[in-house]
Design a protein around this ligand. Sequence first.
Ligand SMILES: Nc1ncnc2c1ncn2[C@@H]1O[C@H](COP(=O)(O)OP(=O)(O)O)[C@@H](O)[C@H]1O
Ligand SMILES: [Mg+2]
Length: 254
Amino acid sequence: MSSTHWRPTSGFSTSIWGGTMLELEGVQAGYPDQPVLHGVDLTVRTGERLAVLGRNGVGKTTLVRAVVGAIPVTAGKIRLDGERIDRLAAHKRVGAGIAHVPQGRGIFGELSILENLKVSACAVHGAGWRREIQQILEEFPMLAERAGHAARSLSGGQQQVLAIARALLTRPRLLVLDEPTEGIQPSILDTMADLLVDVNVARGVTLVVVEQKIDFAARLAERAVVVDRGRIHCAIALADLQGSRELQRELLAV
Ligand SMILES: Nc1ncnc2c1ncn2[C@@H]1O[C@H](COP(=O)(O)OP(=O)(O)O)[C@@H](O)[C@H]1O
Ligand SMILES: [Mg+2]
């Protein structure tokens, strides 16, 4: 694979990869009546931007939930910086440096933007939450301008920015996003990708992004893996995937 295949197209510098940050080994997980993951092996390096692709229903969200602790891991191991985390409660994984932007964003539409941020900041920073929120509002002026408005009054893209800002309040080292482009306008996809590249490069946050939109994934990620039937099916160069309708149909059914 030529290195140009996984360089982002956005003009940002490629992040500097370190050692292993997140490691999944034979991970099995699912729901009481439905096993979904049948032995996932995956390594994410410190500082990288990884896209996780795959058709609907293959287990991408289940994989994300297993990593963040939203569902139990029934077999296998998950390590963060070499330490087992698969038995840790979800809030302890936040404390260990993992933040999650769930599919559908998970923001509270009836609460104001500020209140949405408080939910996250208070949980992590205790008394220091005001300063943390002030800092994040300085970085996201769009949110500052609308701080008192109900979150549901934001556009899909703006809600996604809120979900990302809320996740960043926990000062993660690893940010896991599940289909961040769902329900946002095509015209702001590039901006969204560039924002996430900036989060990676400027803050040094490692990114794992579950995505269905190939051009978005190619602009954002340096590397991609494809999930199929509850396992990591293969790694793929995003440029190869972009250039081949046949591969897209085979691996993603799009
Ligand atoms: N809460 C749930 N309870 C039972 N089955 C579920 C639940 N959520 C998802 N599933 C099933 O698990 C499988 C994988 O789903 P999911 O991980 O959401 O796939 P993806 O994110 O790749 O579209 C699907 O067959 C789906 O129907
Ligand atoms: Mg999903």
